[in-house]
Design a protein around this ligand. Structure first.
Ligand SMILES: Cc1cc2nc3c(=O)[nH]c(=O)nc-3n(C[C@H](O)[C@H](O)[C@H](O)COP(=O)(O)OP(=O)(O)OC[C@H]3O[C@@H](n4cnc5c(N)ncnc54)[C@H](O)[C@@H]3O)c2cc1C
Length: 495
Protein backbone atom coordinates (compact mmCIF):
# COMPACT_ATOMS: atom_id res chain seq x y z
CA UNK A 1 0.00 0.00 0.00
CA UNK A 2 2.62 2.62 0.96
CA UNK A 3 1.81 6.15 2.08
CA UNK A 4 -1.67 6.66 3.55
CA UNK A 5 -3.85 9.73 3.37
CA UNK A 6 -5.31 11.40 6.45
CA UNK A 7 -8.63 9.90 5.57
CA UNK A 8 -7.18 6.40 5.45
CA UNK A 9 -5.59 6.98 8.85
CA UNK A 10 -8.96 8.04 10.29
CA UNK A 11 -10.72 5.08 8.68
CA UNK A 12 -8.15 2.84 10.36
CA UNK A 13 -9.00 4.37 13.75
CA UNK A 14 -12.71 3.89 13.13
CA UNK A 15 -12.22 0.24 12.23
CA UNK A 16 -10.94 -0.62 15.72
CA UNK A 17 -12.25 -0.46 19.25
CA UNK A 18 -9.41 -0.28 21.76
CA UNK A 19 -10.28 -0.18 25.48
CA UNK A 20 -9.76 3.53 26.25
CA UNK A 21 -10.58 5.03 29.64
CA UNK A 22 -11.01 8.80 29.82
CA UNK A 23 -12.28 10.58 32.93
CA UNK A 24 -13.93 7.46 34.32
CA UNK A 25 -15.67 6.51 31.09
CA UNK A 26 -14.96 4.08 28.29
CA UNK A 27 -14.50 5.80 24.97
CA UNK A 28 -16.27 3.76 22.33
CA UNK A 29 -15.85 6.03 19.34
CA UNK A 30 -12.45 7.63 19.53
CA UNK A 31 -12.95 9.82 16.43
CA UNK A 32 -16.09 11.34 17.90
CA UNK A 33 -14.63 12.07 21.33
CA UNK A 34 -14.13 15.85 21.64
CA UNK A 35 -10.78 15.52 23.42
CA UNK A 36 -9.29 13.55 20.53
CA UNK A 37 -11.03 15.14 17.55
CA UNK A 38 -8.55 17.94 16.86
CA UNK A 39 -5.36 15.96 17.58
CA UNK A 40 -6.63 13.27 15.17
CA UNK A 41 -7.16 16.00 12.60
CA UNK A 42 -3.60 17.33 13.14
CA UNK A 43 -2.12 13.84 12.65
CA UNK A 44 -4.33 13.29 9.58
CA UNK A 45 -2.87 16.48 8.11
CA UNK A 46 0.61 14.99 8.44
CA UNK A 47 -0.50 11.91 6.51
CA UNK A 48 -1.99 14.17 3.84
CA UNK A 49 1.31 16.02 3.48
CA UNK A 50 2.74 12.83 2.00
CA UNK A 51 0.39 13.31 -0.96
CA UNK A 52 0.85 17.07 -1.26
CA UNK A 53 3.08 17.94 -4.21
CA UNK A 54 4.70 20.66 -2.12
CA UNK A 55 6.12 17.97 0.18
CA UNK A 56 5.92 14.60 -1.51
CA UNK A 57 9.33 14.53 -3.21
CA UNK A 58 10.98 15.85 -0.05
CA UNK A 59 9.43 13.58 2.58
CA UNK A 60 8.72 10.32 0.76
CA UNK A 61 10.62 8.01 -1.60
CA UNK A 62 10.02 4.94 -3.71
CA UNK A 63 10.83 1.80 -1.76
CA UNK A 64 13.30 -0.31 -3.76
CA UNK A 65 11.87 -3.54 -2.40
CA UNK A 66 8.17 -2.93 -3.14
CA UNK A 67 8.13 -0.14 -5.71
CA UNK A 68 5.64 1.69 -3.48
CA UNK A 69 6.04 5.26 -2.25
CA UNK A 70 6.84 5.26 1.49
CA UNK A 71 7.75 7.81 4.15
CA UNK A 72 11.40 8.86 4.51
CA UNK A 73 11.37 7.84 8.16
CA UNK A 74 11.67 4.26 6.86
CA UNK A 75 14.83 5.06 4.94
CA UNK A 76 18.03 3.32 6.06
CA UNK A 77 20.32 6.24 5.19
CA UNK A 78 23.55 5.19 3.47
CA UNK A 79 24.52 8.54 1.96
CA UNK A 80 24.59 12.10 3.34
CA UNK A 81 21.78 12.92 0.87
CA UNK A 82 19.62 10.18 2.40
CA UNK A 83 20.38 11.55 5.86
CA UNK A 84 19.10 14.92 4.63
CA UNK A 85 16.02 13.20 3.19
CA UNK A 86 15.32 11.88 6.67
CA UNK A 87 15.84 15.31 8.15
CA UNK A 88 13.31 16.65 5.64
CA UNK A 89 10.50 14.53 7.07
CA UNK A 90 11.36 15.44 10.67
CA UNK A 91 11.43 19.10 9.72
CA UNK A 92 8.21 19.05 7.71
CA UNK A 93 6.23 17.37 10.51
CA UNK A 94 7.78 19.58 13.21
CA UNK A 95 7.05 22.74 11.22
CA UNK A 96 3.44 21.65 10.74
CA UNK A 97 3.06 21.30 14.52
CA UNK A 98 5.49 24.04 15.65
CA UNK A 99 7.51 21.27 17.30
CA UNK A 100 4.74 20.92 19.88
CA UNK A 101 3.77 17.33 19.05
CA UNK A 102 6.62 15.07 20.08
CA UNK A 103 5.30 11.70 19.04
CA UNK A 104 4.26 12.29 15.44
CA UNK A 105 4.33 9.08 13.34
CA UNK A 106 7.91 9.65 12.14
CA UNK A 107 9.28 9.24 15.68
CA UNK A 108 8.55 5.55 16.21
CA UNK A 109 8.97 4.74 12.56
CA UNK A 110 12.62 5.73 12.96
CA UNK A 111 12.95 3.61 16.08
CA UNK A 112 11.61 0.68 14.10
CA UNK A 113 13.84 1.40 11.11
CA UNK A 114 16.85 1.43 13.40
CA UNK A 115 15.81 -1.89 14.97
CA UNK A 116 15.40 -3.32 11.48
CA UNK A 117 18.76 -2.17 10.19
CA UNK A 118 20.49 -3.44 13.31
CA UNK A 119 18.53 -6.67 13.59
CA UNK A 120 21.83 -8.61 13.48
CA UNK A 121 22.15 -7.69 17.17
CA UNK A 122 19.04 -9.76 17.93
CA UNK A 123 20.11 -12.55 15.63
CA UNK A 124 22.94 -13.43 18.01
CA UNK A 125 20.40 -14.16 20.73
CA UNK A 126 17.57 -15.59 18.68
CA UNK A 127 17.36 -15.51 14.86
CA UNK A 128 13.57 -15.59 15.08
CA UNK A 129 13.51 -12.28 16.98
CA UNK A 130 15.56 -10.68 14.20
CA UNK A 131 13.22 -12.13 11.59
CA UNK A 132 10.19 -10.85 13.51
CA UNK A 133 11.62 -7.33 13.70
CA UNK A 134 12.37 -7.28 9.97
CA UNK A 135 8.88 -8.49 9.07
CA UNK A 136 7.26 -6.02 11.43
CA UNK A 137 9.26 -3.11 10.01
CA UNK A 138 8.06 -4.03 6.51
CA UNK A 139 4.48 -4.37 7.71
CA UNK A 140 4.48 -0.94 9.40
CA UNK A 141 6.27 0.69 6.46
CA UNK A 142 3.95 -0.79 3.85
CA UNK A 143 0.76 -0.12 5.84
CA UNK A 144 2.10 3.29 6.92
CA UNK A 145 1.03 2.69 10.51
CA UNK A 146 1.13 5.03 13.48
CA UNK A 147 2.75 3.61 16.62
CA UNK A 148 2.86 4.60 20.27
CA UNK A 149 5.41 3.22 22.70
CA UNK A 150 5.66 2.55 26.41
CA UNK A 151 9.18 1.95 27.63
CA UNK A 152 9.14 2.73 31.33
CA UNK A 153 7.58 1.01 34.30
CA UNK A 154 4.92 2.65 36.44
CA UNK A 155 6.39 4.86 39.16
CA UNK A 156 5.88 2.56 42.15
CA UNK A 157 9.12 2.07 44.03
CA UNK A 158 12.07 3.20 41.91
CA UNK A 159 14.55 1.99 44.54
CA UNK A 160 13.57 -1.60 43.76
CA UNK A 161 13.96 -3.58 40.55
CA UNK A 162 10.96 -5.05 38.75
CA UNK A 163 11.07 -8.45 40.44
CA UNK A 164 11.27 -6.80 43.89
CA UNK A 165 8.01 -4.82 43.54
CA UNK A 166 5.17 -5.85 45.87
CA UNK A 167 3.27 -7.70 43.17
CA UNK A 168 5.11 -9.79 40.62
CA UNK A 169 2.97 -8.29 37.83
CA UNK A 170 3.11 -4.63 38.80
CA UNK A 171 5.63 -4.09 36.02
CA UNK A 172 4.84 -5.69 32.67
CA UNK A 173 6.13 -9.26 32.63
CA UNK A 174 5.69 -12.63 30.98
CA UNK A 175 3.13 -14.96 32.53
CA UNK A 176 3.28 -18.08 30.39
CA UNK A 177 4.13 -19.43 26.98
CA UNK A 178 1.29 -20.87 24.90
CA UNK A 179 1.30 -22.41 21.39
CA UNK A 180 -0.03 -19.09 20.03
CA UNK A 181 2.37 -16.80 21.84
CA UNK A 182 3.40 -15.25 25.13
CA UNK A 183 0.88 -14.09 27.73
CA UNK A 184 1.93 -10.83 29.41
CA UNK A 185 0.57 -8.97 32.41
CA UNK A 186 1.28 -5.72 34.27
CA UNK A 187 1.67 -2.05 33.32
CA UNK A 188 3.92 0.20 31.26
CA UNK A 189 3.87 3.93 30.69
CA UNK A 190 3.86 6.67 29.34
CA UNK A 191 2.24 5.96 25.99
CA UNK A 192 1.75 9.35 24.37
CA UNK A 193 -1.07 9.53 21.82
CA UNK A 194 -1.93 5.85 22.49
CA UNK A 195 -5.72 6.29 21.98
CA UNK A 196 -5.25 7.56 18.44
CA UNK A 197 -2.55 5.17 17.21
CA UNK A 198 -2.71 1.89 15.34
CA UNK A 199 -0.20 -0.21 17.26
CA UNK A 200 1.97 -0.15 20.36
CA UNK A 201 5.61 -1.17 20.59
CA UNK A 202 7.09 -2.16 23.92
CA UNK A 203 10.77 -2.11 24.83
CA UNK A 204 12.78 -0.73 27.73
CA UNK A 205 15.63 1.43 28.81
CA UNK A 206 18.60 -0.59 30.15
CA UNK A 207 18.65 -1.30 33.88
CA UNK A 208 17.48 -4.90 34.21
CA UNK A 209 19.03 -6.92 37.02
CA UNK A 210 19.38 -10.69 37.43
CA UNK A 211 15.93 -11.86 38.53
CA UNK A 212 14.23 -9.49 36.07
CA UNK A 213 14.12 -12.07 33.26
CA UNK A 214 10.33 -12.10 32.90
CA UNK A 215 10.34 -8.30 32.43
CA UNK A 216 13.01 -8.35 29.73
CA UNK A 217 10.58 -7.98 26.85
CA UNK A 218 10.17 -6.28 23.49
CA UNK A 219 7.17 -6.74 21.24
CA UNK A 220 4.50 -4.93 19.23
CA UNK A 221 0.74 -5.52 19.07
CA UNK A 222 -2.32 -3.75 17.65
CA UNK A 223 -3.67 -1.10 19.99
CA UNK A 224 -7.04 -2.90 20.19
CA UNK A 225 -5.57 -6.24 21.30
CA UNK A 226 -7.96 -7.85 23.82
CA UNK A 227 -6.88 -7.29 27.42
CA UNK A 228 -4.93 -4.10 26.66
CA UNK A 229 -6.37 -1.18 28.63
CA UNK A 230 -5.44 2.44 27.93
CA UNK A 231 -5.90 4.72 30.94
CA UNK A 232 -5.64 8.37 29.86
CA UNK A 233 -4.43 11.16 32.10
CA UNK A 234 -6.78 14.05 32.79
CA UNK A 235 -7.13 16.01 29.54
CA UNK A 236 -5.54 19.45 29.42
CA UNK A 237 -8.29 20.68 27.14
CA UNK A 238 -11.83 19.38 26.87
CA UNK A 239 -11.93 19.52 23.09
CA UNK A 240 -14.50 22.30 23.11
CA UNK A 241 -12.29 25.29 23.86
CA UNK A 242 -12.26 27.95 21.20
CA UNK A 243 -9.33 28.14 18.82
CA UNK A 244 -9.34 31.89 19.40
CA UNK A 245 -8.93 31.55 23.17
CA UNK A 246 -6.48 28.65 22.99
CA UNK A 247 -4.83 28.66 19.58
CA UNK A 248 -2.29 25.99 20.55
CA UNK A 249 -3.93 23.97 23.32
CA UNK A 250 -7.05 23.47 21.23
CA UNK A 251 -4.98 21.87 18.46
CA UNK A 252 -1.91 20.07 19.74
CA UNK A 253 -2.86 18.28 22.95
CA UNK A 254 -0.99 14.95 22.99
CA UNK A 255 -2.80 12.62 25.35
CA UNK A 256 -0.56 10.45 27.55
CA UNK A 257 -1.62 7.12 28.97
CA UNK A 258 -0.71 4.22 31.21
CA UNK A 259 -1.09 0.86 29.49
CA UNK A 260 -2.38 -2.03 31.57
CA UNK A 261 -1.99 -5.51 30.12
CA UNK A 262 -4.47 -7.99 31.53
CA UNK A 263 -3.21 -11.38 30.31
CA UNK A 264 -2.57 -10.09 26.81
CA UNK A 265 -1.49 -12.54 24.11
CA UNK A 266 1.60 -11.49 22.17
CA UNK A 267 1.78 -13.70 19.07
CA UNK A 268 5.21 -15.34 18.67
CA UNK A 269 5.78 -13.52 15.39
CA UNK A 270 5.40 -10.19 17.19
CA UNK A 271 7.95 -10.98 19.91
CA UNK A 272 11.34 -9.25 19.51
CA UNK A 273 13.02 -10.10 22.79
CA UNK A 274 12.14 -12.15 25.84
CA UNK A 275 13.65 -13.64 28.98
CA UNK A 276 17.14 -12.29 28.38
CA UNK A 277 18.42 -9.55 30.69
CA UNK A 278 21.67 -9.08 28.79
CA UNK A 279 19.92 -8.58 25.44
CA UNK A 280 17.35 -6.23 27.01
CA UNK A 281 20.11 -4.10 28.55
CA UNK A 282 22.05 -3.93 25.29
CA UNK A 283 19.07 -3.37 22.99
CA UNK A 284 19.11 0.40 23.42
CA UNK A 285 22.84 1.05 22.92
CA UNK A 286 23.42 -1.61 20.26
CA UNK A 287 20.56 -0.98 17.85
CA UNK A 288 20.68 2.80 17.52
CA UNK A 289 17.13 3.14 18.87
CA UNK A 290 18.33 6.00 21.04
CA UNK A 291 20.65 7.76 18.62
CA UNK A 292 18.68 7.63 15.37
CA UNK A 293 15.48 9.07 16.88
CA UNK A 294 17.67 11.72 18.57
CA UNK A 295 18.06 13.20 15.09
CA UNK A 296 14.28 13.56 14.85
CA UNK A 297 13.98 14.90 18.39
CA UNK A 298 16.86 17.32 17.73
CA UNK A 299 15.12 18.75 14.67
CA UNK A 300 11.79 18.92 16.48
CA UNK A 301 13.36 20.42 19.60
CA UNK A 302 15.09 23.07 17.51
CA UNK A 303 11.80 24.10 15.94
CA UNK A 304 10.04 24.19 19.29
CA UNK A 305 12.80 26.37 20.71
CA UNK A 306 12.62 28.57 17.63
CA UNK A 307 8.88 28.91 18.05
CA UNK A 308 9.21 29.88 21.74
CA UNK A 309 11.98 32.36 20.86
CA UNK A 310 9.86 33.94 18.15
CA UNK A 311 6.90 34.21 20.51
CA UNK A 312 9.12 35.98 23.08
CA UNK A 313 10.47 38.37 20.42
CA UNK A 314 7.04 39.19 19.07
CA UNK A 315 5.66 39.78 22.57
CA UNK A 316 8.44 42.22 23.36
CA UNK A 317 7.99 44.03 20.09
CA UNK A 318 4.20 44.19 20.41
CA UNK A 319 4.31 46.22 23.61
CA UNK A 320 7.44 48.18 22.77
CA UNK A 321 9.62 46.75 25.56
CA UNK A 322 12.39 45.50 23.31
CA UNK A 323 13.92 48.96 23.42
CA UNK A 324 15.26 48.16 26.90
CA UNK A 325 18.70 46.54 27.26
CA UNK A 326 17.49 44.08 29.92
CA UNK A 327 14.84 42.77 27.52
CA UNK A 328 17.31 42.77 24.63
CA UNK A 329 19.68 40.73 26.80
CA UNK A 330 17.25 37.93 27.57
CA UNK A 331 16.05 37.85 23.97
CA UNK A 332 19.65 37.78 22.76
CA UNK A 333 20.26 34.89 25.14
CA UNK A 334 17.37 32.95 23.57
CA UNK A 335 18.62 33.70 20.07
CA UNK A 336 22.08 32.41 21.00
CA UNK A 337 20.61 29.26 22.54
CA UNK A 338 18.65 28.67 19.38
CA UNK A 339 21.64 29.20 17.13
CA UNK A 340 23.79 26.89 19.29
CA UNK A 341 21.27 24.07 18.88
CA UNK A 342 21.03 24.75 15.16
CA UNK A 343 24.83 24.54 14.84
CA UNK A 344 24.99 21.34 16.89
CA UNK A 345 22.39 19.72 14.69
CA UNK A 346 24.24 20.70 11.55
CA UNK A 347 27.50 19.34 12.96
CA UNK A 348 25.78 16.10 14.00
CA UNK A 349 24.70 15.63 10.40
CA UNK A 350 28.13 16.43 8.99
CA UNK A 351 30.07 14.37 11.54
CA UNK A 352 28.02 11.21 11.12
CA UNK A 353 29.23 7.73 11.98
CA UNK A 354 29.18 4.96 9.39
CA UNK A 355 28.09 1.65 10.91
CA UNK A 356 29.55 -1.66 9.65
CA UNK A 357 26.30 -2.16 7.69
CA UNK A 358 26.97 1.10 5.81
CA UNK A 359 24.16 2.90 7.62
CA UNK A 360 24.88 6.49 8.63
CA UNK A 361 24.17 7.69 12.14
CA UNK A 362 24.32 11.40 13.04
CA UNK A 363 27.03 12.25 15.61
CA UNK A 364 26.40 10.98 19.14
CA UNK A 365 28.21 13.76 21.01
CA UNK A 366 26.31 16.55 19.24
CA UNK A 367 22.88 14.90 19.46
CA UNK A 368 23.39 14.01 23.08
CA UNK A 369 24.51 17.58 23.78
CA UNK A 370 21.25 18.82 22.28
CA UNK A 371 19.37 16.35 24.45
CA UNK A 372 21.25 17.58 27.49
CA UNK A 373 20.73 21.26 26.69
CA UNK A 374 17.06 21.33 25.72
CA UNK A 375 15.77 20.48 29.22
CA UNK A 376 17.52 23.70 30.30
CA UNK A 377 17.09 25.92 27.25
CA UNK A 378 13.41 25.30 26.65
CA UNK A 379 12.28 26.02 30.26
CA UNK A 380 14.40 29.18 30.10
CA UNK A 381 12.63 30.26 26.89
CA UNK A 382 9.30 29.75 28.64
CA UNK A 383 10.52 31.77 31.62
CA UNK A 384 11.56 34.60 29.29
CA UNK A 385 8.06 34.62 27.74
CA UNK A 386 6.61 34.88 31.26
CA UNK A 387 9.01 37.68 32.19
CA UNK A 388 8.32 39.72 29.06
CA UNK A 389 4.57 39.14 28.97
CA UNK A 390 4.31 39.87 32.70
CA UNK A 391 0.82 40.89 33.88
CA UNK A 392 -0.43 41.22 30.33
CA UNK A 393 -0.44 37.46 30.01
CA UNK A 394 -3.21 37.36 32.60
CA UNK A 395 -5.50 40.05 31.27
CA UNK A 396 -6.57 38.66 27.91
CA UNK A 397 -10.34 38.78 27.43
CA UNK A 398 -12.22 35.91 25.82
CA UNK A 399 -13.41 35.49 22.29
CA UNK A 400 -16.93 36.43 23.43
CA UNK A 401 -15.68 39.72 24.94
CA UNK A 402 -13.82 40.61 21.77
CA UNK A 403 -16.89 39.89 19.67
CA UNK A 404 -19.31 41.88 21.82
CA UNK A 405 -20.38 45.16 20.20
CA UNK A 406 -20.62 47.00 23.54
CA UNK A 407 -17.01 46.16 24.33
CA UNK A 408 -15.53 46.67 20.86
CA UNK A 409 -14.24 50.22 21.44
CA UNK A 410 -12.64 49.30 24.78
CA UNK A 411 -10.99 46.28 23.23
CA UNK A 412 -9.35 48.32 20.52
CA UNK A 413 -8.34 51.16 22.83
CA UNK A 414 -7.12 49.49 26.02
CA UNK A 415 -5.80 46.26 24.62
CA UNK A 416 -3.84 47.73 21.72
CA UNK A 417 -0.05 47.44 21.77
CA UNK A 418 2.56 49.85 20.46
CA UNK A 419 1.69 51.88 17.35
CA UNK A 420 0.59 49.52 14.60
CA UNK A 421 -0.49 46.67 16.92
CA UNK A 422 -4.27 46.59 17.24
CA UNK A 423 -6.15 45.31 20.26
CA UNK A 424 -7.10 42.18 18.36
CA UNK A 425 -3.51 41.52 17.24
CA UNK A 426 -2.13 41.94 20.72
CA UNK A 427 -4.75 39.82 22.45
CA UNK A 428 -4.28 37.03 19.91
CA UNK A 429 -0.52 37.05 20.40
CA UNK A 430 -0.79 37.09 24.19
CA UNK A 431 -3.26 34.20 24.13
CA UNK A 432 -0.86 32.17 22.02
CA UNK A 433 1.94 33.01 24.45
CA UNK A 434 -0.18 32.02 27.46
CA UNK A 435 -0.99 28.64 25.95
CA UNK A 436 2.74 28.08 25.64
CA UNK A 437 3.89 29.42 29.00
CA UNK A 438 0.97 29.31 31.40
CA UNK A 439 -1.72 26.80 30.51
CA UNK A 440 -1.55 23.19 31.74
CA UNK A 441 -0.96 22.43 28.06
CA UNK A 442 2.21 24.55 28.12
CA UNK A 443 3.40 23.00 31.40
CA UNK A 444 3.12 19.57 29.82
CA UNK A 445 5.18 20.78 26.86
CA UNK A 446 7.83 21.86 29.31
CA UNK A 447 7.73 18.58 31.22
CA UNK A 448 7.97 16.80 27.89
CA UNK A 449 11.19 18.60 27.01
CA UNK A 450 12.68 17.57 30.34
CA UNK A 451 11.71 13.91 30.25
CA UNK A 452 10.72 12.76 26.77
CA UNK A 453 13.92 10.85 26.33
CA UNK A 454 14.50 9.59 29.83
CA UNK A 455 15.83 11.12 33.02
CA UNK A 456 18.15 14.02 32.03
CA UNK A 457 20.17 13.60 35.21
CA UNK A 458 21.16 10.02 34.49
CA UNK A 459 21.54 10.72 30.79
CA UNK A 460 24.07 13.47 31.44
CA UNK A 461 26.05 11.17 33.75
CA UNK A 462 26.08 8.47 31.04
CA UNK A 463 27.17 11.09 28.51
CA UNK A 464 30.05 12.17 30.74
CA UNK A 465 31.24 8.59 31.25
CA UNK A 466 31.20 7.96 27.49
CA UNK A 467 32.89 11.30 26.86
CA UNK A 468 35.64 10.47 29.33
CA UNK A 469 36.35 7.19 27.52
CA UNK A 470 36.85 8.93 24.19
CA UNK A 471 38.79 11.93 25.54
CA UNK A 472 42.24 11.18 26.81
CA UNK A 473 42.79 14.77 28.07
CA UNK A 474 46.11 14.86 26.19
CA UNK A 475 46.47 18.63 26.52
CA UNK A 476 46.97 18.17 30.24
CA UNK A 477 49.64 15.53 29.53
CA UNK A 478 51.36 17.99 27.21
CA UNK A 479 51.34 20.66 29.87
CA UNK A 480 52.57 18.22 32.52
CA UNK A 481 55.39 16.99 30.28
CA UNK A 482 57.45 19.91 31.52
CA UNK A 483 58.00 17.95 34.72
CA UNK A 484 59.57 15.10 32.80
CA UNK A 485 62.75 17.15 32.44
CA UNK A 486 65.00 16.20 35.35
CA UNK A 487 66.76 19.40 36.35
CA UNK A 488 65.65 23.01 36.62
CA UNK A 489 67.95 24.02 33.77
CA UNK A 490 66.53 21.27 31.54
CA UNK A 491 63.02 22.52 32.39
CA UNK A 492 63.99 26.04 31.38
CA UNK A 493 65.19 24.69 28.04
CA UNK A 494 61.82 23.01 27.49
CA UNK A 495 60.12 26.32 28.14
C1 LIG B 1 5.08 14.60 28.55
C2 LIG B 1 5.80 13.30 28.54
C3 LIG B 1 5.60 12.40 27.49
C4 LIG B 1 6.24 11.17 27.48
N1 LIG B 1 6.01 10.29 26.46
C5 LIG B 1 6.49 9.03 26.55
C6 LIG B 1 6.14 8.05 25.56
O1 LIG B 1 5.47 8.34 24.57
N2 LIG B 1 6.57 6.78 25.76
C7 LIG B 1 7.34 6.44 26.83
O2 LIG B 1 7.67 5.26 26.96
N3 LIG B 1 7.70 7.35 27.76
C8 LIG B 1 7.30 8.62 27.63
N4 LIG B 1 7.64 9.54 28.60
C9 LIG B 1 8.25 9.02 29.84
C10 LIG B 1 9.69 9.31 29.98
O3 LIG B 1 10.41 8.30 29.33
C11 LIG B 1 9.97 9.33 31.50
O4 LIG B 1 9.28 10.41 32.08
C12 LIG B 1 11.43 9.42 31.79
O5 LIG B 1 12.06 8.25 31.35
C13 LIG B 1 11.70 9.57 33.28
O6 LIG B 1 11.08 8.51 33.98
P1 LIG B 1 10.05 8.80 35.15
O7 LIG B 1 9.13 9.85 34.68
O8 LIG B 1 9.47 7.51 35.57
O9 LIG B 1 10.93 9.42 36.29
P2 LIG B 1 11.73 8.60 37.41
O10 LIG B 1 12.68 7.66 36.75
O11 LIG B 1 10.79 7.98 38.37
O12 LIG B 1 12.54 9.75 38.12
C14 LIG B 1 11.96 10.60 39.12
C15 LIG B 1 13.07 11.40 39.80
O13 LIG B 1 13.93 10.54 40.55
C16 LIG B 1 15.27 10.57 40.07
N5 LIG B 1 15.72 9.17 39.95
C17 LIG B 1 14.93 8.08 39.72
N6 LIG B 1 15.68 6.97 39.63
C18 LIG B 1 16.95 7.34 39.80
C19 LIG B 1 18.20 6.65 39.79
N7 LIG B 1 18.26 5.33 39.60
N8 LIG B 1 19.32 7.36 39.96
C20 LIG B 1 19.28 8.69 40.15
N9 LIG B 1 18.12 9.42 40.17
C21 LIG B 1 16.98 8.75 39.99
C22 LIG B 1 15.20 11.24 38.70
O14 LIG B 1 16.39 11.99 38.42
C23 LIG B 1 13.97 12.12 38.82
O15 LIG B 1 14.33 13.36 39.35
C24 LIG B 1 7.07 10.81 28.58
C25 LIG B 1 7.29 11.71 29.63
C26 LIG B 1 6.67 12.94 29.61
C27 LIG B 1 6.93 13.89 30.75
Amino acid sequence: MGIRTGDQYIRGLKSRQPEIWLQGKKVTKVCEEAVFRQPIHEIAKLYDMQHDEKYQAKITHICQETGERVNNAFLVAKTPEELQAKRAIYEAYAEATFGLMGRTPDFLNIVLTSLYSNASFLEKYNPQWAENVKNYYKYVRDQDLFLTHAIINPQNDRSKSSHEQNDVYTHLGAVEETPEGLIVKGAKMLATLAPITDEVIIYSFPGFKPGDERYALAFAIPIDTPGLRIICREPMQDGNRSVYDHPLASRFEEMDAVLVFNDVLVPWERLFLYNNVEAANLLYPKTGIGQQPAHQTGVRGLLKLQFATEVAMRLADSIGVDVYPNVQNILGELAQSLESVRALLRTAELEYETLPSGELMPGYVQLETIRGLLPKLYPRAIEVIQIIGAGGLLMSPTDSDMEHSELAADMEKYYAGRDGISGTDRVRLFKLAWDLCGEAFGQRLLQYERYYTGDPVRKLAIFYNNYKKSHACTMVDDALSVFAAKSASQREQVL
